[in-house]
Design a protein around this ligand. Sequence first.
Ligand code: ADP
Length: 449
Amino acid sequence: GSGSWSVWQRVENILKPLELTDDDYRKVVQLMLEKMKEGLARASNDKATIKMFPTYVRAVPDGTESGDFLALDLGGTNFRVLLINLRGQEVKMESKIFLIPQHIMLGTGVQLFDHIADCIFRFIKEHNLMGKKLPLGFTFSFPCRQHGLAHATLTTWTKGFKCEGVEGHDIVALLHEAVARRGDLDVECLAVINDTVGALMSCAHSDRQCAIGIILGTGSNACYIEELKNVEMAEGNEPGPPEMLINTEWGAFGDDGCLDFITTEFDRQVDKHSINAGRQRYEKFISGMYMGEIVRLALEKLRKNGLLFSGEGSYHMATRGRFYTKYVSEIEGDDVDSFKTTKQIFEELEIINVSEQDCRLARHVCSLVSRRAAFLSSAGVACLLQKMKRKDVTVGVDGSLYRFHPFFHDLMMEKIRVLAPGVRFKLMLSHDGSGKGAALVAAVANRIR
Ligand code: ADP
């Protein structure tokens, strides 16, 4: 009857802003192209939102890299030390996760790097590598302005780290000083990379067409191969191939307000209550740290309007950050005949009397938010594909959102085809990019020097 028609209308009105058109996505691609141009140029880099940091990584691996390498991985969910043996396509890897205690995450830089040197020492001892000279690659996934392959100045801590005396300093110097203080370690850091470069390098090792690396995890970022002549911000002119990997730091796209035309009231609330309000606006549409919260806010709005759960809420559903992004994957992957998992999730969140209709609507909200995230990251990939003008490109992808969401890959394939017509591309899951990538860059650096 007309009653249910108007209910549907009210639901539509609340959710409509989450649905973007292909023209919206095309506009996002064009805007990103402009902002990336600003970041690359010396004259405008200062005020650019997308920083387009030169990485000083000049070559992708050619598959002949060999030897034993150490790698460090800091900036993801865990700190790891890895030993990697490269021999052609054969990669052997051993790794150990070390905890970084809270008091060190919030302590001084000296304490942090002494702890890291100590972890390296313990790892080397356990693996009977004492006295062996080992080149090291450091995957340090925080925004850094690099001045060379092995020179990286931290611009700002993120992700729960806040060690005094590191921002504005060269993290390789800090590492080497700590290694010297520790003694008995013959370790030289040859390269600093971030996780996007790791994803690109590790995929390029088996697929020579790989020219883009992206992260869809806690945050979102991308790197790609740029022609050296366009990399105005790079210092020095080391010999090497006429190209360089650029760490875009695309998460900050939109920080000048240029994405306001796609921003919903839910996005505004997520941003307002984050620890970095006004910053990383593109990342906040897309990544694992925020997607669940966007869904929760939309569900709460429907519920408060009496359109979901008969209007009955719960303490949990009213709690910021309590609706995890993994629920979005689980609900969308659920069997729509039983909604078994969906009902379990809402039971856990202490919502009572969840109807079939509620499950259907909740699933619809999840899919709107994840489609928008997948399509916006597709716009980013399409932008890089348009920039690079190559015919065949493989994109290395890492991160739990891409890995575990049931449709993210398919949605991205669909939308990149629309936004970058005529380009042949593949999306390839990166395995252990942070470790393998760091070792490969160290190996290339070792060969070139
Ligand atoms: P990091 O980016 O810190 O290196 P991950 O790639 O594991 O680590 O990403 C962690 C993020 O992935 C978290 O924000 C989490 O919400 C999200 N996540 C974890 N599991 C899933 C899942 N099953 N589906 C979607 N997102 C997930």
